[in-house]
Design a protein around this ligand. Structure first.
Ligand SMILES: [Zn+2]
Length: 74
C-alpha cells in the first residue's frame, strides 16, 4: 500500500483555521477569535484599541464631553 505524501501537508481538520491577519501587527487571527473590521481592514483585539485611540485624538469630541460633564455634575 502506497502512502500519499500530500496527506502530510494537509493540516488536520481540528487545527485552527487562520481567517485573517491583523492589518497593524500581522498577528494571525484564527476562526472563532475576536477580530474587528473597519473600512475592510481587519484588526486584532489589541490593535483595535490603538486604532480607536489614534482616531479619537483627531476627532472633535468637545461637544460630547461638555454634554457628559453636565450629566456628571448634576
Ligand atoms: Zn494587531
Amino acid at each position: 500500500m502506497q502512502i500519499d505524501d500530500r496527506e502530510y501537508l494537509t493540516p488536520p481538520d481540528n487545527e485552527a483555521i487562520k481567517v485573517y491577519e491583523c492589518y497593524l501587527c500581522d498577528t494571525p487571527i484564527y476562526e472563532g477569535e475576536d477580530c474587528y473590521e473597519i473600512d475592510n481592514l481587519i484588526y486584532c483585539e489589541e490593535c483595535i484599541d490603538k486604532h480607536f485611540k489614534m482616531i479619537s485624538e483627531k476627532a472633535d469630541i468637545s461637544a460630547d464631553l461638555a454634554d457628559l460633564e453636565c450629566h456628571d455634575i448634576k
